[in-house]
Design a protein around this ligand. Structure first.
Ligand SMILES: Nc1ncnc2c1ncn2[C@@H]1O[C@H](COP(=O)(O)OP(=O)(O)OP(=O)(O)O)[C@@H](O)[C@H]1O
Length: 302
């Protein structure tokens, strides 16, 4: 049976000179989904993608792409990647560069289509090296798409693009997802991840610290929590039935509930007769890195 998973990582660790860049990571990505890896500088996003692409070997752990080994030709031919440092080939025009990449694949997309997807139709006759930074990113996208890949990796794809290019770019990515492609992208911006992805995985120090829909991640990021200890009689299901909770974490018998309105949640918990002990209410309950991420975003829109 064909695996429904596009990407599967199991217990993946990457150590650089004694420093853990990726720490025992488990991650499953469904086919046809758009997932954003969100995290601050140095969180491990690029390292994760490089290992998924088979460009770097994990120190330990297992990675499968489309049910196979990402280092094999058969699997590589079915994936496309737009990485952070796309360097252009000297003395080739935009159209020639795209055609060169098309020639690597048995069933490439048509040149016309790639020019259209990347918005580079008018630039096809100019030297690739003469493109602006944002246009070079778009050329990188055309090259990633050349083989009509089933999985597309985008490492901070919109860096250097102006607002119009970003909007066009995300429209294109959405269109691909609706045609059943799997997209995995990295970004520093929660707002960008929120716009385009159905799932956000927040990475910090090589570990996944949150994983969910954009709305659940945003609720988590609002950062208010109620923690308390309960006896054996209180179950996870029981707490899940209480409205106004955006996330639950357990440490032994101590539960931490995330909510955007902890005052209301407190009243609801009492109404539901949850027998809580040692109650603590905190704002900014999520770790510092997550807060930093958010501050970056909100500075931009406020
Ligand atoms: N080739 C390497 N040799 C040594 N250390 C590395 C190497 N590549 C990455 N690292 C380290 O691993 C950690 C994770 O880096 P990585 O580039 O994966 O983070 P990132 O989340 O992609 O960051 P950014 O958002 O800045 O691109 C960092 O501490 C980085 O310094």
């Amino acid at each position: 049976m064909m695996s429904s998973l596009a990407i599967q990582m199991q217990g993946v660790t990457k150590i650089f000179k004694g420093k853990k860049a990726v720490d025992n990571l488990d991650l499953k990505i469904e086919r046809g989904s758009v997932t954003a890896l969100l995290g601050p500088n140095g969180a491990g996003k690029t390292t994760i993608i490089s290992m998924m692409l088979g460009l770097m070997n994990p120190t330990s752990g297992n990675i499968r792409l489309l049910g196979g080994d990402p280092r094999t030709r058969a699997i590589r031919g079915r994936i496309g990647a737009m990485l952070q440092d796309t360097s252009v080939i000297d003395n080739l025009k935009v159209g020639e560069t795209i055609n060169l990449f098309r020639s690597y694949y048995t069933q490439p997309l048509a040149l016309e289509q790639l020019l259209l997807l990347s918005g580079l139709k008018e630039e096809q006759g100019i030297m690739a090296s003469a493109l602006s930074g944002g246009q070079q990113r778009r050329l990188g996208f055309a090259l990633a798409m050349a083989g009509n890949p089933e999985i597309l990796f985008l490492d901070e794809p919109t860096v250097g693009m102006d607002v119009r290019s970003r909007i066009l770019f995300w429209d294109t990515v959405e269109g691909m997802a609706s045609r059943g492609k799997t997209v995995l992208l990295t970004t520093h911006h929660l707002e960008e991840a929120d716009q385009v992805a159905g799932r956000i995985v927040v990475v910090q120090q090589g570990q996944c610290i949150a994983d969910g829909t954009p709305s659940s991640i945003k609720a988590l990021a609002s950062g208010r929590t109620i923690s308390f200890t309960v006896g054996e009689e209180v179950t996870e299901e029981q707490l899940q039935g209480v409205p106004g909770i955006s996330g639950i974490e357990w440490k032994g018998r101590r539960a931490r509930l995330y909510s955007s309105d902890t005052d209301l949640l407190m009243r609801t918990l009492i109404e539901y007769s949850i027998p809580m002990q040692d109650i603590e209410i905190q704002s900014g309950g999520l770790n510092e890195a997550f807060q930093r991420l958010l501050q970056q975003d909100y500075k931009g829109i406020m």
